[in-house]
Design a protein around this ligand. Structure first.
Ligand code: F58
Length: 798
């Protein structure tokens, strides 16, 4: 018996619901229905099931006068929802049976849904996992973000190079959302501020409307449902009839085009300056809409204005919504007449900020001129906040400096708690980016190690392993992941290991079939599937992985009859469109793949696979099928990682550095079940200060020197010795991310991996102990930590 909740819903009822939606929502009869029509009728029928718990949760929150959490995030990387909702409601089997009765295949219908790709990577996916956990635990919460018309770009490879095209998830109707035309909030930009006695009045010169679209998010077993409210930008005046009547058709629709630009695209780029103004407007747009919306809800309950922190907790997912600080102060002071000092205090008690990066270039800063032009009142309020902070903390850490508004400092000063996302990262936040602020406010920085939702990242994406776990320890672990530790006692049981291997094998076959069908790539499921899936970034060191691949290829060619362990190196990920070096790394991986996969001597032993357009749905296929997880960032650079957690949970031991959450994963799964290599964060800092460290490392490693020589002479680029000149120059003369220094240690550790993999029993033990050790990394645990240490909220379901 599965973990079902909706025992009152049987298959005939769902069949009827789908037929009803087919007729009345899609205007089709079964004879003419397409895959799209069936998918929509299933999604709408499932959405109907969520509405009841959704209403009940809202009522319960009002009745209990419960404190609400507002999670403000520029990104929610949701992926598909059909399977997620069906599983959370416990109706997955019923849905499959209902579709079968209607002559439809469940898997095909599920796969037809476009990914909601409203995020770039880890930060956005974390927000999606948090929504799932907030609803599972039963904490009243809203996710607030932007309803981008185009999500993260689609990635194609042309002659091995990344090419981007616009994503179009909204080309079809989005089944899960409820449009709320009645929730339209005016958002102002520009203009000037005048003084009316004590009162400051902002006279803006541009206004757009933020219109709400709500998606209910049901938790495990549908006991609770929260709302994801996304804002779309609309013009105040839809259409300029006067211009139209004059024959100026383009001018007539200009107001709409301008307003819609704000929610048109997700920013893919963390490296260029283009579109700064639009990005700032996006940030203010969704933050201001969210703050006005939550204030309206708070005031409607009749609470005293300065009791706000007792009823509302606002979490800022990185600095993108950091304008929430001055915006809240503006509303409290200018609109509700709180004295400025009190307004700042109330806002601070309400706000908290999560930092996700130590990369200085990723900490947002706005040119002060631009900022003051678009948000003149906020600019002034930030000066006041800065003065108050100087006075209170006796520090000279500025928020505005050298003509720049520093959003990290602003978020820090306006938050009562600042958290890092892994133990190591939180310590480094104290020591580096916020060193001086930490000295001034020593209790403010805390740690909340990231987590992942086990519903999507094991229960749903890995049915084979789910069944084995159910058989071994019983059900209930999906909402109590620490129970996976009960698997430990089975690891010595040969039958369990056999079954564990069989589950992995079936996932590898599933992936092999998918690669064959989609990309006409053949892979051998007996080979080790070695996986690096994440955004392409120099600090994540996909470059080191491909250099190691070339070195291994050389070794195999030198000794083709050696005792090699067959591997398929799998890469997945997108580079920001303006990130030249990352795009060059993608090109190199594809060039190397082409060469190696065509080499008859080695191709059965070493293959490189890089399926284009990596996204959440692809991750759901790759992760259960992986044998080895590559988490090889330069120590001190990966704030946490969450892909590392997903892979380890699904039975891929990690080869990795002591970085981010790798440190804690290693502690939990056991040091003997983790392949550690490389410099530590402290070594990295030291090594960087040694002049010529990269050259010295290359000269000391004949294997690496040979590989770099091959890239330089055009071995992989059809004789074109220029293609990777910039990349190679960087490796030889700069190598900020220390690929050269960690290369040998990485290569040797990979050979250790080969050795263990050749012993299937030893490998299975290791893989299974990874699954058994990962219970702590559930995002339910993370959310409980935020609830008690930051938000001071309690769940409203038992
Ligand atoms: C990621 N950041 C961290 N940023 O890199 C990763 O270590 C961590 O596990 C994760 O956050 C969750 O805490 C991240 O994904 C972005 O995607 C930026 C968004 C804004 C544009 C620039 C990239």
């Amino acid at each position: 018996m599965p973990d079902t909740l909706r025992t009152d819903l049987d298959q005939p009822a769902l069949t009827q619901a789908m037929l009803r939606h087919l007729r009345s929502s899609l205007g089709k009869d079964p004879e003419h229905a397409t895959t799209y029509d069936w998918r929509m009728s299933l999604a709408l029928s499932l959405r109907d099931l969520v509405v009841e718990p959704w209403f009940a949760s809202t009522r319960r929150t009002y009745d209990a006068k419960g404190k609400r959490v507002y999670y403000l995030s520029m990104e929610f990387l949701i992926g598909r929802l059909i399977e997620d909702v069906a599983i959370n409601l416990g109706v997955e089997h019923i849905a499959a049976a209902a579709l079968a009765e209607l002559g439809q295949d469940y898997d095909r219908i599920v796969a037809d849904e476009p990914d909601a790709a409203l995020g770039n990577g880890g930060l956005g996916r974390l927000a999606a996992c948090f929504l799932d956990s907030l609803s599972t635990i039963g904490i009243p919460a809203y996710g607030y973000g932007i309803r981008y018309e185009h999500g993260l770009f689609e990635q194609h490879f042309e002659d091995g190079a990344q090419v981007e095209t616009a994503e179009k998830w909204l080309a079809q109707r989005h089944a899960w959302e409820f449009e709320r035309p009645e929730v339209s909030i005016s958002i102002h930009f520009g203009g000037y501020v005048s003084q009316c006695g004590e009162k400051s009045v902002w006279h803006s010169d541009e206004t757009v409307l933020a219109q709400a679209y709500d998606t209910p998010i049901a938790g495990w077993q549908g006991k609770w449902a929260n709302t994801l409210r996304l804002w779309a930008a609309k013009p105040v005046k839809l259409f300029d009839l006067e211009s139209f009547n004059r024959g100026d058709y383009i001018g007539a629709s200009r107001p709409e085009a301008l307003a819609r630009t704000i929610s048109r695209v997700l920013y893919p780029d963390d490296t260029t300056d283009t579109g700064k103004e639009l990005r700032l407007k996006q940030e203010y747009f969704f933050t201001a809409a969210s703050i006005q919306d939550l204030m309206r809800r708070f005031l409607a309950e009749g609470f005293e204005i300065d009791s706000l922190p007792d009823h509302v907790a606002i979490q800022l997912n990185d600095t993108h919504p950091a304008i929430a600080g001055p915006e809240l102060v503006r509303i409290l002071a200018d609109e509700h007449a709180l004295p400025m000092a009190r307004a700042i205090e109330v806002a601070r008690k309400t706000l908290a900020y999560t930092n996700h990066t130590l990369l200085p270039e990723a900490l947002e800063r706005w040119p002060e001129g631009l900022f003051a032009r678009i948000l003149p009142r906020h600019h002034r309020i930030i000066e006041i906040i800065q003065d108050a902070h100087f006075a209170a903390a006796g520090t000279k850490v500025t928020i505005i400096e050298h003509g720049q508004v520093k959003m990290g400092e602003l978020a820090f000063v306006m938050a009562h708690k600042v958290n890092g996302v892994s133990a190591l990262h939180s310590e480094l936040v104290k020591e580096t980016v916020f060193h001086d602020l930490h000295t001034a406010y020593p209790d403010r920085i805390i740690n909340q190690t990231n987590g992942i939702t086990p519903r999507r990242w094991l229960y749903s994406c890995n049915p084979a392993l789910r069944a084995l776990i159910d058989d071994t320890i019983g059900q209930g672990w999906a909402a109590d992941l620490e129970r996976l530790s009960e698997l430990r006692s089975s690891v010595e049981d040969a039958a369990f290991r056999e079954a564990y291997r069989a589950a992995k094998r079936s996932n590898k076959e599933r992936l092999a079939e998918w690669l064959k069908a989609r990309d006409r790539i053949t892979v051998n499921p007996d080979a080790m599937f070695d996986t690096q899936i994440k955004r392409i970034h120099e600090y994540k060191r996909q470059l080191m992985n491909i250099l190691e691949t070339i070195a291994l290829w050389n070794d195999i060619r030198d000794d083709p009859n050696g005792d090699w362990t067959p591997r398929v190196k799998i890469f997945g990920g997108k580079a920001a469109p303006g990130y030249v070096m990352a795009k060059s790394i993608i090109h190199l991986i594809n060039d190397v793949a082409k060469m190696l996969n065509a080499d008859p001597t080695t191709r059965d032993l070493l293959q490189v696979v890089y399926p284009e357009n990596y996204n959440v749905s692809m991750a759901e296929l790759l992760i259960p099928a992986s044998d080895l997880s590559e988490q090889i960032s330069t120590a001190g650079k990966e704030a946490s990682g969450t892909g590392n957690m997903k892979l380890s949970l699904n039975g891929s031991p990690t080869i990795g550095t002591l970085d981010g959450a790798n440190v804690e994963i290693r502690d939990h799964v056991g040091v003997e079940n983790f392949f550690l290599f490389g410099l530590t964060a402290r070594d990295v800092t030291k090594r960087r200060s040694v002049p010529g460290f990269a050259r010295a490392a290359i000269e000391a490693s004949p294997r690496l020197a040979r590989v770099l020589g091959q890239i330089a002479d055009g071995t992989f680029s059809g004789g074109d010795s220029d293609r990777y000149a910039a990349l190679l120059h960087n490796v030889w003369d700069h190598d900020y991310f220390l690929v050269t220094c960690d290369f040998d240690s990485y290569f040797n550790t990979q050979r250790e991996v080969d050795g263990v993999y050749r012993d299937p029993e030893a490998w299975t033990r290791m893989a299974a102990l990874n699954t058994a050790g990962m219970g702590w990394f559930s995002s339910d645990r993370t959310i409980r930590g935020y609830a008690s240490d930051i938000w001071n909220v309690r769940p409203l379901v038992v």
